[in-house]
Structure formats: C-alpha cells, structure tokens
Design a protein around this ligand. Structure first.
Ligand SMILES: Nc1nc2c(ncn2[C@@H]2O[C@H](COP(=O)(O)OP(=O)(O)OP(=O)(O)O)[C@@H](O)[C@H]2O)c(=O)[nH]1
Ligand SMILES: [Mg+2]
Length: 427
C-alpha cells in the first residue's frame, strides 16, 4: 500500500491530483483544511480491514503507515465537509461532488445505496461526536456556574439516574449554596415525578391481567396480590385464571398457588375461552389473570395485548424487574405501552444494584403508575404498595451500600491492607 499527501487550493483540484497521480483506484484516507487550501491523504492498494485493525499489518514499515491512516481518519472526522474517510476496496468508484464520474462509468443501484448508507453512517457518527462534545461543554459550564446543583446531579447519578434527568431535577431546585438544601429539593422533585398510583388496585378489585417479559415475576406477583387481598377481605371473591396454553407446568404452577391460597383456578386457552370464563365469574370481586411472558420485540406482542385489552372488563398491569438493563426497561415500557396500561408492578427490588435505572425509565415513559413493589420471593411477605418516600429511601440506601462495598473492596486490594491481614499462605 502506498500513502501520499496532496496539497491543492481546493477540494476539486486536490482530488484531480490524486486521480492523476494514483489513478482511479486511489482511496482518500482523510482531508483537512490547511493554510492555502486542502490537504488530502490518499492511498493506493488500500486495505481497509488492515487500517481498521481487523487483520495483521503488512510487513513493510506497517506501524508508521497504520499511524498515518489512523491520524487521517481522526482528522477527517473533525471536518464536516468530509466524505467517508475509510472506504473499503469495493467502494472505490463512489461518486463525489468534486469529481463527476464519466458518463460511460455505470454505477449500479446496490453501489448507490451502499454509498448513501456509508454517508448516513458517517453523518450519524459525526452527529454523535458533536453531541458528545456539546454535552461536555454544557456540563462544564453548568459545573462552573452552579457547582452545588452539579454536585446534586453527580449524587443522583450514583442512584443510577440518567445524567440528563438528574440535571432537569437539579435545575428545578432553588439556587442555593447549601448542598443539603439542594439535595433535599432534588429528592422532593424526583419523588413528585415518579409515576406512583394513588389508588390501591386491591381496594378497587376488578379483572387484572399481569403482562410483561418472561421471568419478571408475573405469576409470583399475581399470587402476592391474591394473598394480600385474601388477608384483608377473605378468599371468597378471588379467582385466578391461567391463559398460558403452551408451556408445560404453568397450569400446575398456578394450581399449586391456588391450593395454597385456597382459591379456584380456571384455564382459558384462547381469548374466546377467556371471555366465556369471565362472563361466568361476574360476581367475583378480584379476578387475576396470569399470562405467558411476551418478548417486547415480538411482532405478535401488540395484537396479543390488544386482544387481551379488548375483552370487556380486563385491565392490563405491566410487570417489570428493577434489575433489568436501562435500555431493556425503556424498550419494554415502549412496546407494552402500545396499549393502555392500567398500572405497573416493579419486582426484584431486592436484587437490583441501583434503582435509578428503573425510576428513570418510568419517569421517561411517564408511567404506567407503579402500584406494587416485589422485594423478594416470599409470597406473603415480600410485597408492598409503591410509595414515593420508600422508593427514594431505598434508592439512596442502595447507592450508599454500593459505595461502602466499593470502598471496602478498594481497601482490601491496597498493599497496606494485604500487610495487615495475614495471608492464608503465611499461616
Ligand atoms: N428475588 C426476587 N425474586 C422474585 C421476585 N419476584 C419473582 N421472583 C422470582 O423470579 C422467578 C420467576 O418468577 P415468575 O413469577 O415465575 O415469573 P414469570 O414472569 O411468571 O415468568 P414466566 O411465566 O416464565 O414469564 C421465580 O423464581 C420467583 O420466585 C422478587 O421480587 N424478588
Ligand atoms: Mg409465569
């Protein structure tokens, strides 16, 4: 591979010189504005995979050339009039504004769309770069102008909250030089933004179908809801319905729970059967419907949810786990939110490292309102109504615990700590 630098007063002339000297197969590695015009780095016999570090470098003076190619790539990113900075061999005949292709050079559609896709990708990465830089500038301005609020944002981030949300919350507080005051104001604002249900679903009763991704704790939450209702109102008006017709063991699981709770369990294999079962149970106050786990990305999700929601009287409650990844939480809320959701249950609070991700996702999605929280596997004990104050206290405690553990780990790994503790081998 041969790499050469070209200087010219403008892009058009620079490219013409590249083409004249290196031919039509030359690949532009980078371009930048310099005093007196444009500087282009161009290569012939260019190996994109090698420049990207995917293959072994060629033997002859490879390190210097790899550095040059990398420097060229970075320089190109900094210029907004750049075209794709590293082009694979197959794309060598891409057109650009400066050098119109001769009419006799055909460009098929596939190549054309590959060009557009590459340009879009390049633009997207430039936009990300620009956004990242703007965010950094904005953040450093914010920390300079409002240091207390910036400290509050950092504390909110430790709870697992998104930085952008943290800033909105911190900025909503009064401008104060007192951190404690700013922190209290931030927690109050965060609490207000949490979508938490005002009413207890169990007091209203109704026909509640628990929906959500696989394994989030739908069946367990259903049993917990039933148990809580039974403790308050007795078991006479409670019924469980299984709608999972496909998986072996789901009816058996619900039957076992029904026996433990002393309530009847019905089976409905399809929407018609469910509507029929529900018509027969019109005198019951609480009907809890268990559904199979649904993948948020499944195309069948929306019709399945719509069918369920269309059955007279049925309301949907989404079950989410607090230890789900932030992106999964957002996607789950978006996809399941395609149909009206009456409420939400957040499970596995006992297993979550931080609560901020789940709280950020719920705030961003503006609901559905949290009704109950699952805090463990025990049906009778590990379930409580969602409460803003408790959620915040738990989020802060979790963050503190994590920091203590991190500090303890760091201390355990310092050389002095090793000296203080007798090693197993020394004994
Ligand atoms: N630690 C903890 N475990 C929970 C919680 N809720 C449910 N689980 C456990 O999570 C596992 C899955 O719970 P299920 O209720 O069967 O989950 P599901 O959503 O019905 O699962 P599918 O029907 O397979 O989609 C079980 O081992 C439960 O004991 C919780 O709040 N904390
Ligand atoms: Mg289940």
């Amino acid at each position: 591979m041969k790499i050469k630098r070209f200087m010219a007063p403008d892009m058009r002339q620079a490219i013409r010189r590249v083409r004249e000297e290196l031919g039509m197969d030359a690949v532009i590695l980078s371009n930048k504005k310099v005093d007196g015009g444009i500087e282009l780095m161009a290569a012939i016999d260019f190996d994109a995979e090698w420049a990207e570090g995917k293959t072994e470098p060629p033997p002859a003076s490879a390190p210097a050339r790899a550095n040059e190619a990398e420097a060229g790539r970075l320089a190109a990113r900094e210029h907004f009039d750049a075209f794709p900075s590293v082009r694979p061999k197959a794309d060598r005949r891409w057109p650009d504004k400066a050098t119109p292709r001769p009419d006799d050079e055909p460009l098929d559609k596939a190549e054309d769309s590959a060009t557009v896709a590459a340009l879009q990708q390049e633009l997207a990465s430039m936009r990300d770069l620009l956004e990242g830089q703007l965010a950094r500038i904005a953040w450093s301005e914010f920390t300079r102008e409002r240091p207390r609020q910036a400290e509050v944002v950092r504390h909110l981030e430790r709870l697992g909250l998104d930085q952008a949300l943290g800033r909105v919350i911190a900025e909503a507080g009064p401008p104060t030089a007192d951190f404690r005051q700013a922190w209290r104001a931030a927690l109050a604002t965060l609490g207000k933004r949490l979508p938490v249900s005002q009413d207890d679903v169990l007091e209203q009763g109704g026909v509640i179908a628990l929906v959500g991704p696989t394994g989030v704790g739908k069946t367990t939450s259903l049993a917990k809801l039933a148990a809580r209702y039974i403790i308050r109102h007795g078991k006479r008006d409670v019924v469980l319905v299984n709608t999972d017709a496909y998986r072996i063991g789901t009816l058996a699981q619900l039957n076992t729970l029904g026996q433990l709770l002393g309530v009847p369990v019905y089976q409905a294999e399809n929407p018609e059967a469910l509507a029929r079962v529900l018509r027969g149970l019109h005198d019951k106050r609480l009907i809890l419907i268990d559904t199979p786990g649904m993948a948020p990305r499944d195309d069948a999700l929306r019709p399945q949810l719509q069918t369920l929601a269309a059955i007279p009287g049925v309301t949907l409650t989404l079950v989410l786990a607090a230890n789900m990844a932030r992106s999964t939480l957002t996607e789950t809320l978006q996809r399941f939110g395609q149909v009206p959701l009456d409420g939400a249950i957040l499970t596995r609070l006992d297993e979550a490292e931080t609560l901020g991700e789940a709280l950020s996702a719920l705030i961003e999605a503006k609901g559905p309102p949290l009704g109950y929280l699952g805090t463990g596997q025990r049906i009778a004990d590990d379930f409580e109504p969602a409460d803003r104050q408790h959620l915040l206290v738990r989020a802060v405690e979790l963050a503190r615990r994590r920091e203590r553990e991190t500090r303890a780990r760091a201390t355990a790994h310092t050389p002095s700590a090793h000296h203080e503790r007798p090693s197993v081998h020394a004994q």
